[in-house]
Design a protein around this ligand. Structure first.
Ligand code: ADP
Ligand code: MG
Length: 240
């Protein structure tokens, strides 16, 4: 689904991603962890080309991202992204937020888009809040609207960048539960998170980044019990 081959990325003089090699297979859940500033968000943002790579090759859903003529809008339709800050439209209801892109981008008639949106709001456990505006929802509920909005485009890949980091602690669980359910259904997911419990339980593989490099890719039982890398061990000692 995703293949990074010797990918480098610079911001001006700053070398943010270094020699990235990573493949994500269909249905896989890859959890990316590492210290702040290590390049996790940049790695994620390259996948839907919110950032462009400087060199190497990055192939997503059989499309090579650097190629001229790549239909980036087409590709983005197939990739849902959920951010730390929910980025909901404040002047639209939950239903309006979830049905907007299917209408605008996919050209679905309103009735169809709204019916589908209601299904996804049900799916993330807030079917009864369809008519509320973001300001009338808790942080956990807003983030679940954001996930429903991503799913309404029927993506093939879902990217999550610290989706629970801005939430009050008591709301983290409800968002992680939605993500766990998605993982169980076979969604291909790349998740940046500090929730080590989630990584341990849900990840097929854990990717550890530090200073722009991937230092370790291991199944969670290996990563958490006997990390191969010294810096991964030091990181885990700090966060666990
Ligand atoms: P992480 O998500 O692991 O915290 P990021 O990918 O956000 O790391 O950032 C990695 C490094 O790149 C940080 O040092 C950050 O300051 C820098 N960086 C991120 N975005 C930009 C940008 N648009 N321009 C310049 N530097 C950036
Ligand atoms: Mg980040």
């Amino acid at each position: 689904m995703i293949a990074f081959e010797q990918v480098d990325k610079h911001f001006g003089d700053f070398h943010v991603l270094k020699g990235i090699e990573l493949r994500v297979e269909p249905g896989e859940v890859v959890v990316v962890v590492g210290p702040s500033g290590s390049g996790k968000s940049t790695l994620l943002r390259c996948i839907n080309r919110l950032e462009t790579i400087s060199s190497g090759s990055l192939t997503v859903l059989d499309v090579k991202l650097g190629d001229k003529g790549t239909d980036i809008n087409r590709l983005r339709r197939d990739i849902g992204m959920v951010f730390q800050h929910f980025n909901l439209y404040p002047h639209k209801t939950a239903l309006g937020n979830v049905s907007l892109a299917p209408m605008k981008v996919l050209g679905q008639p309103r009735a169809e888009a709204e019916a589908t949106a209601r299904q996804y709001l049900e799916k993330v456990g807030i079917g009864d809040m369809a008519d509320r505006y973001p300001a009338q929802l808790s942080g956990g509920q807003q983030q679940r609207v954001a996930i429903a909005r991503g799913l309404a485009m029927k993506p093939k890949i879902m990217l999550f960048d610290e989706p629970t980091s801005a939430l009050d602690p008591e709301m983290v669980g409800e968002v992680l539960d939605v993500m766990k359910a998605l993982a169980r259904e076979g969604m291909t997911m790349v998740v940046v998170t500090h929730e080590m419990g989630f990584a341990r339980e849900v990840a097929d593989r854990v990717v550890f980044m530090d200073h722009g490099r991937i230092l370790e890719v291991s199944p969670p039982e290996v990563f958490f019990e006997q990390p191969r890398e010294e810096r991964a061990r030091a990181f885990l000692n700090r966060v666990l």
